[in-house]
Design a binder for this molecule. Structure first.
Ligand code: ADP
Ligand code: MG
Length: 757
């Protein structure tokens, strides 16, 4: 007996896997038997030779008034499994070739079976019919299409067999079976892949050992590993398929949680939390502020202090979530003061130069008066200046370094890095976390001095739903800043279709006349390119910029035609940093009233006098992005409005083609109008688009589970988590780092550990 993971034989040992096939599979990442067997059928996709469906179900239903197909359209193919009589056998000409054709009738409609593949079948059937009684019943399965023009149902991909044939004969043609449908790279055919899987199952499948602990298999009435693997590929019916699915999903989530449980245990017990009063330096900053901390901020600062100020404990690993505008920056400065006071250094990393600059400015204003040495380091700091900076960081002259990922380039050495703050962490991808922490430990001499890895504070305004946060950041503590600084007015969200843009401009003009400022955001930088700012991962929309307004041309139009009486500027990621900085400064000082931009303004920009956020082609942005953009306004005491402008498709055909996109957009719109709570929006975004689309995590592989979907299967995840933690607490074998179970755990864990956990 072996575990599935132990089937490391290469696939060329399989019958039917020649060199060409192996090369193709290898391209798809399938090299071993284990990998082949883990290539599951497309989610819930099986050719259904069980469920009965009559031929007439392929004819589209036309609702009066609704959009119908053009007269020569052919309907999408539909799977039919029915009992029919053969009416006659003939042949028709297709592309000048004679094709035998079997006409069948199942009591609801007639259909033609076109025998492209085996013309003998028609002849054999004809013989069968002349010999026997004229009304033999046949089982027919096929993918059928309906042509409106010819009023005809037909199939070139079918099976037919006498209903009274022996079971073995029927089984050979798959009647009564569910056949897997795989996602295949080109050059491979379904039947071929099915054969490979079947061969692998026959050769190795029976020997598979259970991976899950038996009590759990029993508790949830799961299948054995051998059965689950066989049945996910070739289920004997829907019940068995569901059982296999349930088993594999539970298994995936269980192992995921087991890793987290093991890591947590490895970190040792809880720390002694005593000291959480604010420190002297923190108090000096607080006394200089024109406002008190909100209760939410106070709470979180206390939590952070408890971690940082408790001596001899493991370093802090904390995710700080707080909606846009909740005041995370200030909290992070207070955290930095705590380590600096104890003689350490802190870094604050932001995803963009613009945001890093803004933080550096704030730090200069708030912290330098306290005697803190602040440095600004980005990729653009060059030669002499950079050299100077690096030596100041290495000698410990600088207390707080603020910048982009350049803070962690190879040549940057810290003397006593004690706290790493990552702002807008979802922008970085979670995998960068380990690299950053390693930086704190450093190598050589530095490593000796930095025996402990630094405290980590990750901040995000993209709220991660609780279930997901537990999974991805299961070994971190999570803090949430509840509530907003006082005096904030909720932002009114209004939607307009493109045709009504003039109305939007009128409303914006009113605000400008009252002395306020406005953002206009576009999905593209210029008209030429599919710009980098149009982050397709974020929007989840197909690319292509046909008919999209872009920031460049619109800035001109706004300046010359729409609002000539106001100052307008253009902001996007391709501008050099000096230019970006000076534009932001002018906008903040109200020397510029209108900022036409791409989503660069999404992150962190803070201008309280701006009261209008106009997002054109809003349907091109994801919910989280819209929420972030909307968070740029409503930061002062005046009421603000977010205008979502979208373009309805023009023709009915386009409407049909864009149907799915539109439906998604309608749902998002509703969410945006109804709530300003980032957590709810994140939950909705997850539901609408699935966890693969959480901003910034697309490539990380964290959600690349085989069958499980962390959100959809949240209830199972919760259960699996409980089981995993119980097991780790109870099973002494795990302590010794051996035992069958742990080996299985580690194997299962590999996709996660490789991703940088
Ligand atoms: P975010 O959490 O989105 O990063 P910021 O840290 O940029 O939010 O803070 C938004 C604004 O709120 C800033 O102008 C900041 O000075 C202000 N602010 C932060 N804390 C408070 C507070 N306790 N009272 C009033 N204003 C605050
Ligand atoms: Mg911020």
């Amino acid at each position: 007996e072996m575990f599935l993971r132990e089937l490391t034989q290469t696939i060329d040992t399989l019958k039917g896997a020649g060199p060409a096939v192996c090369a193709r599979l290898s391209k798809a990442g399938i090299n071993t038997i284990a990998e082949l067997l883990r290539h599951y059928p497309r989610q819930d996709k099986y050719e259904d030779h069980i469920t009965r469906r009559t031929l007439d179900s392929v004819i589209p239903v036309c609702n009066s008034g609704a959009f119908t197909q053009p007269p020569d359209a052919v309907s999408e193919s539909r799977e039919i499994c029915t009992t029919a009589r053969v009416s006659h056998i003939s042949s028709i000409y297709i592309h000048k070739k004679q094709v035998p054709c079997i006409t069948v009738f199942d009591g609801t409609a007639q259909a033609s079976l076109l025998c492209f593949k085996n013309p003998e079948l028609a002849r054999a059937l004809a013989r069968e019919m002349t010999g026997a009684a004229p009304d033999i019943s046949y089982l027919v399965w096929g993918n059928f299409t309906y042509s409106e023009k010819y009023h005809k149902i037909q199939s070139g991909d079918f099976e037919i067999e006498r209903e009274d044939a022996p079971p073995a004969v029927l089984a050979k043609k798959h009647f009564g079976a569910l056949l897997p449908v795989y996602r295949l790279s080109d050059g491979l055919r379904q039947w071929h892949f099915r054969t490979l899987i079947q061969n692998a199952l026959a050769q190795f499948g029976g020997e598979l050992e259970n991976t899950l602990p038996p009590p759990l298999v029993e508790k949830y009435n799961l299948l054995s590993s051998a059965n689950a693997i066989r049945a996910i590929h070739f289920p004997r019916g829907f019940d068995e398929q569901a059982g296999a699915r349930r088993t594999l999903i539970y298994e995936e989530l269980f192992y995921l949680e087991l890793i987290i449980a093991l890591r947590k245990k490895g970190q040792g017990g809880g720390r002694v939390k005593e000291k959480n009063d604010s420190t002297a330096l923190q108090n000096r900053l607080l006394s200089r502020l024109p406002f008190p901390l909100t209760d939410g901020q106070k709470q979180v600062v206390a939590e952070i202090n408890a971690d940082i100020l408790s001596i001899g404990q493991r370093p802090m690993a904390r995710l700080l979530q707080g909606d846009v505008g909740s005041g995370k920056t200030l909290v992070s400065f207070l955290a930095a003061l705590a380590v600096i006071e104890a003689g350490g250094q802190a870094v604050l990393m932001a995803p963009t130069e613009l945001l890093a600059f803004q933080h550096a400015e704030n730090a200069g204003r708030l912290l330098e008066p306290l005697g803190i040495h602040v440095a600004f380091l980005t990729g653009n700091v060059k030669s002499a200046g950079r050299k100077h900076l690096l030596s100041a960081l290495a000698s410990g002259d600088i207390d707080l370094a603020i910048g982009t990922h350049a803070l962690f380039s190879a040549d940057v050495v810290y003397r006593r890095l004690a706290l790493v703050i990552i702002d807008e962490q979802h922008r970085f991808g979670v995998t960068q976390r380990q690299a950053i922490l390693n930086k704190g430990i450093g190598d050589g001499e530095a490593a000796a001095e930095n025996a402990q890895s630094p405290h980590l504070l990750m901040m995000s305004a993209t709220p991660i739903p609780r279930t997901l946060a537990q999974t991805v950041f299961g070994d971190m503590d999570i803090s949430v800043i509840h509530g907003m600084p006082p005096g904030r007015m909720p932002v009114l969200t209004r939607t307009f279709s493109q045709e009504n843009e003039a109305k939007v401009y009128t409303l914006v003009r009113k605000e400008l006349a009252a002395g306020h400022q406005a953002y206009f955001v576009y999905p593209l930088i210029g008209s030429e390119e599919a710009a980098e700012d149009f982050d397709s991962g974020k929007t989840g929309m197909p690319g292509g910029n046909d008919g999209l307004k872009d920031a460049q041309s619109m800035e001109r139009r706004l300046r010359e035609n729409v609002f000539p009486e106001y100052k307008t500027a253009l902001l996007h990621s391709r501008l050099d940093d000096a230019r970006k900085k000076s534009i932001m400064e002018s906008f903040r000082n109200n020397e510029i009233q209108i900022l036409a931009a791409t989503s660069v303004v999404e992150v962190g920009v803070d201008v309280p006098n701006a009261t209008c956020m106009v997002i054109e082609h809003a349907d091109r942005f994801g919910l989280s992005a819209l929420h972030q953009l909307r968070g740029r306004v409503g930061r002062g005491s005046a009421p603000s409005t977010c205008f979502l402008v979208w373009t309805p498709p023009e023709s009915p055909l386009a409407r049909e083609a864009e149907g799915e996109r539109l439906a998604l957009w309608q749902k998002r719109l509703k969410v945006m109008r109804e709530t300003t709570d980032g957590f709810i929006i994140a939950e909705e975004d997850l539901k609408l688009r699935g966890p693969g689309h959480i901003a910034g995590t697309e490539q990380s592989g964290y959600f690349a589970l085989g069958l499980a979907n962390i959100l959809r299967d949240a209830a199972v995840l919760e259960q699996a988590r409980q089981d995993a933690f119980e097991l780790v607490d109870a099973d002494p074998r795990l302590e010794g780092h051996d035992g069958i179970l742990l080996a299985a755990v580690l194997e299962r864990a590999r996709p996660f550990t490789d991703a940088g956990w």
